[in-house]
Every structure is written in structure tokens, then in C-alpha cells.
Design a protein around this ligand. Structure first.
Ligand code: CUA
Length: 341
């Protein structure tokens, strides 16, 4: 079994922002109303079966039918419809000129993420992770590359389908910094249950530096391999010593293998010759929290495991298992990818 990360599935009815709070309020109102109606029906059943004769007569009377069968449901359902449509409209209203825009495309089974400038041009590409600043509404342009998916980060907003050939909009907003899990919420094939993402919400200053860092990486991406900047934090226990790892695995050799093996046919790394568009962009893969669209924590061991045998981890996904590569070669490739921050 694969251990899920980032609170999987993310809890609903636990809002971390105004849009989600509105959805939560509506959900509780529906639940309370459902409880009330159930109670009324149970009482009416009791009256109909064993109630006093004059109560029974009233229950079958014209007045009870007009009030309970027509007026009450008519008024309540209309009110709920208006409430729901108004809320949906506020989440999906057309883009205002100055809003922050991110395009998210559902693909079997991961999320392509593209940060857009105000004119809609792509500034930066990522996958399975969405970074936003706190207290800022962000409009997501949702699309699909294949089948119907659904974008849902319950802490931050409602749920919205991603439909092939169509662009749908959804606003998200967070009122506190943190990392919030998201899921695909529409059955989309065998690995639907393993199609997740993480929304990372930054404080304003941290957001600015994150963004500057990213743009800086892109500006200076011409040399993807920088041996001296190798760092492998946090998981030294996977190998005897860090020094041994560095001695044993060579990022330059990893880059050559990445190109020779065909990785670059599907994956892009800005500034390198890897220019494939079919799979997730790997320009910043080392900075991501997860691998395989939210299903594995991202570190050296899982990276090697994913490249070598992704079909066992997520059967049917479009990346083949590179089990013909030796452990040594997988280590070289991981060493190269660990530099792509
Ligand atoms: Cu994508 Cu379910």
C-alpha cells in the first residue's frame, strides 16, 4: 500500500478561506434542513399510523397538503436554488483585469499548472502543486486534456469540473498560510483515486521571494547541471553517507542518461534540451513536495522508485517503468533531477 501524504483525502467542511467558508455554510444549512424535514416526515408517519383521529383528519386535509406539500417545499427549494446559484456565480464570475490567474489542466492522472500573466501568457509551468499568496483571490482557469476531471481543494473553495474542449473558472482564496491537499473529484479512470495535488499558501513576503526565486531559476536555467550546488537534505539515512552518495552518483551522467533514455521526449526542463510536453514539467521538480501527483513524498528514494517502477506504484499511468535501467543509472538520474529546484 502506498502511504498517502498531506491529509488524504483532505477534510471537507474545514474552511481556510472565504469561498470555502461559504460552501461550508451552505452544506450545513442543507444538512440542518434535511434533519428538520426528516423529523417532520417521521412525525407525519407516526400520526398517519397511530395518531389521534382528529390529527389524522388534519394530515389528510387540503390545507396540510397545500402547506406541507406545495408551499413549504416550493419556498425552501427556491431559496436554496437562489443561494446555490448566487454562490456559484461568485466563485465563477468572469475574470477581472487585475486578478492573479493560474491555468490548471487535468490529465490522466495529474495536474498541469501554468502561471499566467495579466494577458494570459504563460510565465511559468509546474505540476501537481499550486502556490498562491494568502488573502488573495486567485482565479483558476480549468481545462482538461483528455476526460472529465474535477478540481477540488476543499479548504479553499468549491469543486469544479474540468471538461475537455471547454474552459471553466473557479476562484480560490486562503485566509492563512499552509499546505492544503486537493483531489480530482470526478471519476476519470483507473488511477482517479491517486490524482491529487497540494495548494501551498504563502505569507506575502514568502510569496514574493518564492516568485522571485522561480523567475530567477527560469532566467538562469541555461546550465541545468551545477555540481557544486548539490544538496541532499533530510534523507541521508537512505544511503550510508552523503559524501558516498555524491561520489557514487554523477548529475552530469544523470543528465546524459535523462536525454538518452527518452525522458526528454515527454518532460521539459527549462534551459536544457529536454523539451517534451506530454508529461509534467520537471524544471522545479526538486522543490515539489510530492511525486506522482500527490501520492508519494518527494525524496531521493521515492524518486528512484518512481522512475524505475512507476507502473507498480500507479498502474496504467503514461510513464513506463524504466526497470531496464540499473540501480546505478537510476541513482545518476535522481542526482540530476535533485538539482532541478
Ligand atoms: Cu482525474 Cu479523477
Amino acid at each position: 500500500m502506498i502511504e498517502a501524504v498531506w491529509g488524504w483525502p483532505p477534510p471537507v467542511l474545514d474552511p481556510a478561506g472565504p469561498y470555502s467558508a461559504q460552501v461550508t455554510t451552505l452544506s450545513w444549512a442543507l444538512f440542518a434542513l434535511g434533519v428538520f424535514v426528516t423529523g417532520v416526515v417521521v412525525v407525519a408517519l407516526w400520526v398517519a399510523i397511530k395518531g389521534p383521529p382528529n390529527w389524522k383528519a388534519n394530515l389528510g386535509g387540503e390545507r396540510a397538503i397545500w402547506i406541507g406539500g406545495v408551499a413549504f417545499p416550493g419556498v425552501v427549494l427556491t431559496a436554496l436554488l437562489i443561494w446555490g446559484l448566487t454562490l456559484t456565480a461568485s466563485l465563477t464570475e468572469p475574470i477581472r483585469g487585475d486578478e492573479m490567474r493560474i491555468r490548471v489542466t487535468g490529465e490522466m492522472w495529474w495536474f498541469r499548472v501554468e502561471y499566467l500573466d495579466p494577458d494570459g501568457a504563460v510565465m511559468m509551468v509546474d505540476a501537481n502543486e499550486i502556490h498562491i499568496p494568502v488573502d488573495t483571490p486567485v482565479v483558476l482557469e480549468l481545462e482538461s486534456a483528455d476526460v472529465i476531471h474535477s478540481f477540488w481543494v476543499p479548504h479553499l473553495s468549491g469543486k469544479k469540473d474540468m471538461i475537455p474542449g471547454r474552459r471553466t473558472l473557479l476562484r480560490i482564496e486562503a485566509d492563512r498560510a499552509g499546505e492544503f491537499g486537493g483531489v480530482c473529484a470526478e471519476y476519470c479512470g483507473g488511477q482517479h483515486a491517486l490524482m491529487g495535488f497540494i495548494a501551498v499558501v504563502h505569507e506575502p513576503a514568502a510569496w514574493q521571494s518564492w516568485l522571485a526565486d522561480r523567475m530567477d531559476t527560469l532566467a538562469n536555467a541555461a546550465e541545468p547541471v551545477a555540481q557544486e550546488s548539490q544538496r541532499y537534505p533530510g534523507d541521508a539515512d537512505l544511503y550510508p553517507t552523503e559524501a558516498e552518495y555524491l561520489e557514487r552518483y554523477d548529475a552530469r551522467r544523470g543528465y546524459d542518461l535523462f536525454m538518452e533514455t527518452g525522458c526528454a521526449a515527454c518532460h521539459r526542463i527549462a534551459g536544457s534540451e529536454a523539451n517534451g510536453l506530454a508529461g509534467p514539467d520537471l524544471t522545479h521538480i526538486a522543490s515539489r513536495r510530492s511525486l506522482g501527483a500527490g501520492i508519494l513524498p518527494n525524496h531521493r528514494g521515492t524518486l528512484i522508485g518512481w522512475i524505475g517502477d512507476s507502473q507498480s506504484i500507479k498502474p496504467g499511468n503514461r510513464m513506463p517503468s524504466y526497470d531496464r535501467l540499473s540501480a546505478e543509472d537510476l541513482g545518476h538520474i535522481a542526482a540530476f533531477l535533485e538539482l532541478q529546484k
